[in-house]
Each structure stands twice: as structure tokens, then as C-alpha cells.
Design a protein around this ligand. Sequence first.
Ligand code: FMN
Length: 285
Amino acid sequence: MPFITATHDHVLTPKDLRNVAPEENPGFAAVPQVLAWDGGDFLWMARALADMGYREVNLNLGCPSGTVTAKGKGAALLGDPEALERLLEEIYAGAPCDISIKTRVGLRDPEEFPRLLELFARFPVSLLIVHPRVREDFYRRPVRREAFALAAERYPGALCYNGGLVSVAGVRSFQAEYPRVEQVMIGQGLLADPALVSRCKGGPAAKRETLRAYHDELYHTYLEVFRNERGTVYHMKEMWSYLGRLFEGADKPLKQIRKAAARGPYEAAVERIFQLPLREEPLWT
Ligand SMILES: Cc1cc2nc3c(=O)[nH]c(=O)nc-3n(C[C@H](O)[C@H](O)[C@H](O)COP(=O)(O)O)c2cc1C
């Protein structure tokens, strides 16, 4: 689910409601994520989400985007430990449900991480998800795996690792290095290979028909929900920037997808891609 922002207005906008509607996420434990710097605003939102039936809400302390950090939210809070402490004191004192946290290892420097870890350890954080980059790394610079070691060593609560796990071998080597860490979060790796998690559990690779069904469901749902061809094609381009890595020799049709602005050329390029052989693992260059 896309994060939602808790503001002083204390309202869930129609867009927020669409994004967190429980009926859109049947059959699995979805966790809404909230951006906030004010404890009262966060609690208002958490109560509204708990009333919808959610048992856990996640506090975003990782978003590096300038529009978010300029308002003191997301990763900006990591650079202001006093404000962060006040926020955590308030939200854990009034928590209507479990509150987990997604964090980076600092705003500018991983040297900030030990102090942040000590702070998190003082609260009943239901799960601490660590993405070991600092805000200034955005998503570009390499993941700082060594910074995560500190959390694995010192943090006493439930811990989850996130960042750069894009293959079965990568997940296995993470598990071998950190056997105490029971959870990982996978983002872009799963977009490139929707079967990555089941393959990590010993399951088979995704079949072409399964990928096709996944594509078609996503595409037709976007068309229906957005009622906008151009907007739908735009969203699908983002998806193909990941899924395209799983197809061998897809450069040409992927270029056609990047250039497409309407259904016709987009759908023709998709037909071409689905004729191509599948790789065993997506290619990350
Ligand atoms: C386009 C994009 C949007 C993202 N949106 C969110 C978000 O709303 N909340 C969040 O906690 N992380 C968000 N992330 C960060 C991912 O959750 C994750 O931390 C990051 O992609 C690294 O993990 P990965 O290498 O497994 O993808 C986003 C990342 C990207 C690239």
C-alpha cells in the first residue's frame, strides 16, 4: 500500500481511503504505513485504521523524498532525535494497535544509528524494519549491509532486514549471515520476479502463463480504476522496468514500451515480450 500522510486536518481523503480500503486487500495481513511528525496526528490516523480492522500500523522513518523531509517527516526525523523521541513517547503511550517502524540507518551518516537503535529499544516497537541506507543515499548508493550488523547484534526486539535482496542466492546468503533475523522485506526484487518469495521457500519459478495473468490483471485493473489510457501505460512502464529483467533479449520491445503513450503500441510490445524466453533469474545490470 502507498503510505498515507497524517496531517492536522484529521481526515482520510478519498485517495487515502482507496489506498487503505481493507476490502482491496483480502486474504493477507496488509499493514498501512503512515508519515507523520506530530504524535497527535499519527494517533488520529492509527485509530481510524484500527477502527477499519487493521491490527498494525507502520511509522515511516525512511522516506528520503525532499517534499516529505522538508515537512519534517520520513527520514528527516532521524536527524532530530529529540523530536523523534517526543513522537515515539506520544504514539506508544496512546497506541490503539501494534506500531512497527521502518527506518534508515541515519539522515547523513550511519554513525547516527547506535543512538537511534537505543531510542527504538526503549519502546514496544512491534517490528523494526531496517533499510541500511542513510537518507542522503536515496535509493541510488549501495546498501550499507555492515550498518545492519549493529542492529542484529544489539537490538533486542523483532527485527526485519530490507534492501537489495533480489535473488534466491542473495536471500540465502543473508540468512546464513544473520540467522537470528527471521524476517526480510523484499521490494524491487519481487517486482522483477513475482515468484522470488515462493522460490526462496523451495517453490518453482513463475510460468509464462502466470506472469501473463499477473500482467493482465494489473493492466486491466489500472484501466478500470484510472479510466485513463495514458496514466495506465505510464504505470505499466514502471512495472516493466523491473519485470522486463526476467525476459531474454527484451531490449527492443522494452524500448517500444518506454516510448508508448497509448494502448495500441503498448499492447503490441507486450505481445512481443511474452514470446521471449524467460531467464532463470532477472538480470540486474
Ligand atoms: C518507487 C519506490 C517507492 C517506494 N515507496 C515506499 C513507501 O511508500 N514506503 C516505504 O517504507 N518504502 C518505500 N520504498 C522503499 C522500499 O520499501 C525499500 O525500502 C527499497 O526499495 C529497498 O528495498 P529493495 O531493494 O528490496 O527494493 C519505495 C521504493 C521505491 C523504489
